[in-house]
Design a protein around this ligand. Structure first.
Ligand code: ZN
Length: 147
């Protein structure tokens, strides 16, 4: 099933659901598609607004956040986490407080794709997730402990 954005000759916009492009063409040729507003049979396909504003990637569903409880047996897990954090920091660009705007630019392909880290407020983080941008919030461990 595919959805086409359609317009009649007086520019009424509506959506039509079809099995395929061929099915749409066949129904259009037989005069089976009419404008729900004025009944006009002069229907044409129009580019979808969704495709115009998001040419790059379809929005991705945000993964549900995972919670971890660390039962600290001799600090082993915490050390592993510190090493992981250090690796993440070393392999991503520090964009500081510009994190939210950089993450957005990368998502909408206005900036080169790369890993970044930085600071974001709770509000910024939430709105990034709502836009389908994959961001992670990590507990911060003081830099002097990262080694
Ligand atoms: Zn119409």
């Amino acid at each position: 099933m595919i959805i086409f954005d359609l317009s009649c000759n007086t520019a009424h916009r509506f959506e039509g659901y079809f099995q395929s492009t061929d099915a749409f063409d066949a129904q259009l040729a037989k005069g089976l598609i009419s404008c729900p507003s004025c009944g006009s049979l002069e229907i044409r396909r129009v580019p979808s607004a969704v495709h115009l504003t998001h040419p790059a990637r379809p929005p991705r569903a945000a993964p549900s956040p995972a919670s971890v409880v660390m039962a600290d047996s001799g600090g082993e897990l915490l050390n592993t986490y510190r090493k992981l954090m250090a690796a993440i920091m070393a392999n991503s660009e520090d964009v500081g407080t510009k994190f939210a705007s950089e993450a957005r630019k990368i998502h909408y392909l206005e900036a080169p794709e790369r890993s970044i880290h930085g600071q974001a407020s709770e509000k910024e983080f939430k709105s990034l997730r709502e836009e389908g941008i994959e961001v992670l919030r990590l507990p911060v461990i003081k830099k002097e402990n990262l080694n």
